[in-house]
Design a protein around this ligand. Structure first.
Ligand code: CP
Length: 310
């Protein structure tokens, strides 16, 4: 594997999940693998879990880690070919990616969607720019359209539940005051295509995800009906895709409640807004897997870094 940019870079999900679970049992079992190697984390956006779990994963493998908050501390980057750089951008991705590559062995990047220009977001200029010009492997720590480290952690979490053969898994939209990207939902949908599960997506009309991503999948706009007899309910807000980046409404009826959850396990990538996205009783109850999901971010990142080092 040269890079970890999307779920397409996973060649055999079940063996990756198994390997992650083994690493979880003995996190420093490959401490020598990363000796003398450096991971560079570049953040164009905020983070808690991704930042700390990816560092922890690298430390478990014996790597050194350097971190830069590129969004507010780096030079504004130019991505266009042949641009006359007489406006706001100070450095071209061509130089930046090659320079960073000289300081490390793997580059990991977080760069969210701007949610203003769909075409620009889908081109993933930061991630793809680094992939094009970097001299070392690149890892996606959440890009405009995907969050494959989160989806891998979610697959590990599901596997740990020793659930029945073909569980019912629901991805439910929930209200949120801010316009959020589609990346987590997109990658969770992609991960569900790799699972043996009865998968249902539920959202209000107008919040359809990219149809190319959901093609052929079950979409039920009645949330209560969608959640009936579910084994797992993954809750996430996203903004409109068709009316790109817009918050169409914040219908509080879509908040996840204990009643709607029934006997299902609750999943969310975090951070989560309490009593807006999900009520306290769910997050504080025994059916919530959110802390386990966050823990598994370390072992998802560790299996990815291990494969890149090998
Ligand atoms: N789930 C997730 O990626 O969390 P952070 O945004 O805090 O990294």
């Amino acid at each position: 594997m040269r890079n970890y940019l999307s779920l397409n870079d996973i060649d055999d999900l079940s063996s990756w999940v198994e390997e992650a679970r083994k690493l979880k049992q003995n996190p420093t079992s490959h401490k020598n693998l990363g000796e003398g190697k450096t991971l560079c984390l570049l953040f164009f956006n905020n983070s808690l879990r991704t930042r700390l779990s990816t560092q922890k994963a690298a430390l478990n493998l014996g790597m050194e880690v350097i971190v830069m908050n590129f969004g507010n501390e780096g030079w504004a980057l130019e991505y266009g070919e042949g641009t006359v750089m007489d406006q706001g951008t100070s450095e071209h991705i061509k130089e930046a990616a090659q320079v960073v590559s000289q300081y490390c062995d793997i580059i990991a990047i977080r760069a969210f969607a701007g949610l203003k220009d769909k075409e620009k977001d889908e081109a993933e200029e930061v991630l793809i720019g680094f992939k094009k010009y970097a001299l070392v492997p690149v890892v996606n720590m959440e890009s405009s359209v995907g969050h494959p480290l989160q989806a891998l952690a979610d697959a590990i979490t599901l596997a740990e539940q020793h659930t029945k053969k073909n569980p019912k898994i629901v991805l439910s939209w929930a209200p949120h005051p801010k316009a959020l990207p589609h990346a987590v939902a997109n990658s969770f949908v992609g991960m569900m295509r790799l699972q043996d599960a009865e998968f249902v997506i539920t959202h209000p009309k107008g919040y359809e995800l990219n149809p190319a991503i959901t093609e052929g999948l079950t979409i039920e706009c009645d949330q209560k009906k969608a959640c009936e007899n579910a084994d797992f309910i993954y809750v996430k807000n996203w903004s409109s895709y068709s009316d790109y980046g817009k918050v169409l409404h914040q219908d509080s009826d879509w908040m996840m409640t204990k009643e709607k959850l029934g006997d299902a396990k609750f999943m969310h990538c975090l951070p989560v807004r309490r009593n807006v996205v999900v009520e306290d009783a769910v997050l504080d109850g025994g059916q919530s897997l959110v802390i386990a999901q966050a823990n598994n971010r370390t072992f998802a990142a560790q299996v990815v870094l291990k494969k890149l080092l090998e």
